[in-house]
Write a protein that binds this ligand. Sequence first.
Ligand SMILES: [Fe+2]
Ligand SMILES: [Fe+2]
Length: 253
Amino acid sequence: MKKAQAIYQNGSHRWVAIVRDPDKPSYLIDTNEYVVTSGAESLLADPGGMEIFPAVFSAVSRELDPRSIRYIFASHQDPDIISSLALWLEFNPQLRCYLSWLWASFIPHFGGNDQTFVAIPDEGMKIPLGAIELVAVPAHYLHSSGNFHIYDPHARVYFSDDVGAALLPPEDDMLFVNDFDRHIRFMEGFHRRWMGSNEAKNNWCERVSRLKIDMLCPQHGAIFRGADVGRFIDWFAGLKVGLDGNAAVGKRG
Ligand SMILES: [Fe+2]
Ligand SMILES: [Fe+2]
């Protein structure tokens, strides 16, 4: 069963992380889902794969009324991000799904119709939610060619999707990073291989280092908070990714 845990609360403004499912089959990658609420409205960021829909739905329902979820946000097109879309739409056909314009004719293969999708332009956009406004921050080529993160300037929470992801062994299965240096071993290979462009990475690090962020929340692994947010951005800025970071892959075929 997945755990739902509030990571930020100020009145009706809340972030809930849906994390870790020890009952999940080991052939599926473990994912984190996040729900942001303001007043009567909630947005579900990266709802996850269709296989884990029942676990996510019941974890969400323990923390909030799932009927408050008006919006889904898909950071990119991967199956572990958004293949549960049709099941969420079955629960509420009125849901709107924010996604990159680039994927607006691809993700409907998972479900939805011409009323479902809100296409985000490359430069990003504001996403109104209850009394607050979230920001869709461009993260193209990190790793998808049309990729967005969410910044909540009120809560100072940044949802970073696959950036900051770590593949944690069961014995290191914590909610928050507690030893940054040790954590590197769980994220280095993932970032080298999945992140496609050093130029995109450096541009992202430069932009995001200027934001005020208390928590950086990835879609896999543990959440960075406090000084570890800056530590992660500095570490990522210095990492070689894509073909530069994977000589063996570059030489093949
Ligand atoms: Fe991905
Ligand atoms: Fe992912």
